[in-house]
Design a protein around this ligand. Structure first.
Ligand SMILES: Cc1cc2nc3c(=O)[nH]c(=O)nc-3n(C[C@H](O)[C@H](O)[C@H](O)COP(=O)(O)O)c2cc1C
Length: 207
């Protein structure tokens, strides 16, 4: 626990001006709809400012990858909540010691690189492998002058009901994968870029 707390306090935010915090609960202390065997839950909270969902995804996906690297299995839990009310509550992440930490690449069901970008670019592989709510993979990248413009897929009206809170978190998660694989060069900026048909502009990155 102390290693995890230490890591969280040093994780990089996407937007430094958004305050966020967390609590750690046991299984009995949270509401979860499906059966989970994980013993612990990170409850994530944030100040509600522009891009706060992308920021939570970005910060805590770094934590997810770190936990994975020290043998702690984990999963984002959209279908769960804290007991009691806190308007800052965003989402839970389940975690606990896991027996099997490795996984074949062939087990990942993901869109092709050409579907998540204007043209194939191997540098986007870490984003391609990112987890997302109901595996919706809502990220889309377009080559720009010195990096990529990042977009979020606009879902149809039915899917939007379910995914509207989670898809921005998913985009933050994919950006965390690009940050972790390009630690020294990664930069995120919001520029004056228009939405394109079917996609909402989120920001621009250098990797
Ligand atoms: C924001 C978010 C919320 C999620 N919520 C749940 C959940 O409530 N229950 C669950 O079983 N998995 C949940 N997941 C896990 C995804 O379903 C999973 O990552 C995706 O289907 C891809 O599967 P894979 O990561 O095993 O390749 C969530 C993932 C994300 C990123």
């Amino acid at each position: 626990m102390s290693q995890i707390k230490e890591f969280i306090s040093n994780a990089k935010p996407l937007n430094e001006s958004i305050e966020y915090y967390y609590e750690i609960f046991t299984k009995e202390e949270v509401n979860i709809r499906t059966r989970w065997s994980a013993p612990y839950y990170l409850a994530l909270y944030s100040q509600k400012k522009d891009n706060y969902l992308e920021n939570i995804g970005f910060v805590f996906q770094q934590v997810s990858l770190y936990m994975q690297s020290i043998g702690i299995g984990n999963c984002w839990v959209g279908l769960g909540s804290i007991k009691g009310k806190n308007p800052d509550f965003v989402i839970l992440m389940a975690f606990g010691k896991s027996e099997k930490m490795t996984r074949d690449l062939s087990d990942f069901k993901r869109k092709k690189l050409s579907e998540i970008c204007d043209f194939d670019d191997e540098r986007l592989k870490p984003a391609q492998l990112a987890p997302s709510a109901i595996n919706s993979q809502p990220w889309h990248f377009r080559h720009a002058e010195d990096g990529f413009d990042v977009f979020q897929v606009k879902q149809n009206i039915l899917k939007r009901q379910v995914l509207k809170k989670w898809n921005p978190i998913d985009v933050g998660i994919a950006l965390a994968h690009l940050y972790v694989s390009n630690k020294d060069t990664f930069e995120f900026k919001i520029k004056n870029v228009d939405d394109i048909k079917g996609y909402k502009y989120i920001g621009s990155i250098k990797i």
